[in-house]
Design a protein around this ligand. Structure first.
Ligand code: GLN
Length: 491
């Protein structure tokens, strides 16, 4: 039998179902690997809870009542609330917080009745409240990229991408507000998909920017992402007012469909100045491969691509400033020990609990929403957001899928951009447009660029076209082996 940690989610699920290995054995193996990790990918473990979940999965498997992914281990970004593990959102504000309930996504993937049966190995590091592109805004620790430990794993789901790339777990959840699934997947050479906004419930996902936040899977293959995404999505109308009333879908059904005649739009704005030559070469080669599989490349334009940065960095902080107001040391979050009255308690609790980037965004958000600036910034940004969505709809008249790079460069060095927030923001240029439009987007390993670091190909689909993206990604993975390569750091 292949070593357990080299197996995909699909392969592990089959082994478990065939009773070649038990969920408990699998959980013990991945738990030991993850606990021995020194990259900083994990924030917490609870071996007792992990093994208890594995025992439940074994019971379900024995009784023939198991969900489709029963006993397969995974780990959750520490932005999803969990009863079995602490949840911090990478912030001191929530240090030691225990949720009284599980996020809908956690419940749907887990061993509870009706869940897919996956076993949670632990909680994964991330940028504080998911604000960041390098995982360096985590209040606890940074994460090393397993391909080169002197580099960042991307962010904000950097613990998720590093853990999957190093084969500590076969899959993880991430969240994507402006690229936080796609960009770390690209930086770590794994596959990740953000579904259409509203497909996956946001209930129990600690809010950053509610009109943008979406959950999705990160794994090594498109097939694994399809299996997990199928289990994650579905209406949750009573708990999330933006949850879409569209039925669950099996995204793994048509992975092998032919790409003959698929029209892939190539936005010229994604290939301009600032795109690293190594990234461009890898993306071009992947597009050639898709052409060989029958797809046609169609030149398109997304003319407001550059505007997506100021638009996003107005709207996301505006929503964050509102969402984070609940962390006042009374209703939620850290409470200072040192205060004289109510106002000083609020002030000190928030000053102590939040990190620098979070404070920067709260201030930006409060500013753009304030009387006198609202029309000039927030309202303008909302209007351009709509135009960006319209640009995509124009493009989808002539193509089925849009492709380009995920990020302008490969993973940068730890510390390189730590003190330069704007440099971090600019690196989000290719992921923000799909986020603002609420479209599904994914990153597929497409080769290697500068420094031998992984490069992801971004695929963007129209609303509800996740299956089409996963099909294109799967076919590409049948023709290439980038998703099978292992970082030197993984043993
Ligand atoms: N890098 C972007 C930000 O800092 C996106 C983060 C995300 O998608 N959560 O806001």
């Amino acid at each position: 039998m292949t070593v357990l940690h080299d197996m995909t989610v699909a392969a592990l699920a089959a082994e478990l179902r065939a009773k070649k290995v038990s969920a408990t054995e699998v959980a013990e193996h991945f738990l030991a690997r993850s606990q021995a990790d020194t990259s900083g990918a994990f924030l917490s473990f609870n071996p007792g809870a992990t093994l208890a979940q594995a025992k439940i999965a074994d019971g379900l498997l024995a009784a023939g009542k198991a969900g489709p992914l029963a006993g397969v281990p995974m780990a959750h970004k520490d932005i999803f609330v969990t009863t079995d593990f602490p949840t911090t959102a990478g912030s001191k504000m929530l240090e030691g917080y225990r949720s009284p309930f599980d996020a809908t996504v956690v419940r749907k993937l887990g061993v509870q009745a009706g869940g897919a049966g996956m076993v949670n190995v632990g909680k994964l590091n991330c940028d504080e409240f998911a604000m960041g592109s390098a995982n360096e805004n985590s209040a606890y620790k940074s994460v090393a990229n397993p391909w080169d430990t002197s580099r960042v794993p991307g962010g904000s789901s950097g613990g998720s991408s590093a853990a999957v790339a190093a084969r500590l777990v076969p899959a993880a959840t991430g969240t994507d507000t402006g690229g936080s699934i796609r960009q770390p997947a690209s930086f770590c050479g794994i596959t990740g998909i953000k579904p259409t906004y509203g497909r996956a419930s946001r209930y129990g996902m600690i809010a950053y920017a509610s009109s943008l936040d979406q959950a999705g899977p990160m794994a090594r293959t498109a097939e694994d992402c399809a299996l997990i995404l199928s289990a994650m999505c579905g209406p949750d109308l009573d708990r999330d007012s933006t949850s879409l009333d569209v039925p669950e879908e099996n995204f793994a059904l048509n992975l092998n469909a032919s790409l003959d005649g698929l029209r892939i739009g190539i936005p010229k704005e994604f290939f301009g100045e600032g795109l690293a030559s190594g990234v461009r070469a890898a993306v071009d080669a992947a597009l050639k491969e898709l052409e060989k599989l029958g797809a046609h490349l169609v030149p398109i334009s997304l003319p407001r691509t550059e505007l997506s940065i100021p638009v996003y960095y107005i709207i996301a902080p505006a929503e964050a400033s509102s969402n984070l107001s609940r962390f006042d040391g009374v209703k939620f979050g850290h409470r200072t020990k040192d205060y004289t009255d109510l106002v000083s308690m609020y002030k000190r609790s928030r000053a102590e609990g939040f990190g620098e980037e979070v404070k920067r965004r709260i201030m930006t958000g409060a500013y753009v929403l304030s009387h006198g600036y609202y029309d000039a910034y927030y309202l303008q940004a909302q209007k351009i957001r709509r135009m960006i969505s319209d640009d995509f709809q124009q493009a989808f008249k002539v193509c089925d899928v849009i492709a380009g790079p995920v990020a302008p460069t490969v993973a940068w060095k730890l510390g390189e951009k730590t003190n330069d927030p704007v440099a971090n923001y600019l690196a989000d240029i290719f992921t923000l447009p799909a986020s603002l439009a609420g479209l599904p987007g994914m990153s597929v390993p497409a080769g290697f660029g500068e420094g031998g670091m992984p490069v992801g190909l971004q695929l963007i689909g129209n609303y509800f076209k996740e299956a089409q993206l996963l099909n294109a990604a799967h076919r590409l993975q049948q023709a290439t082996d980038f998703h099978l390569r292992q970082p030197g750091g993984a043993k």
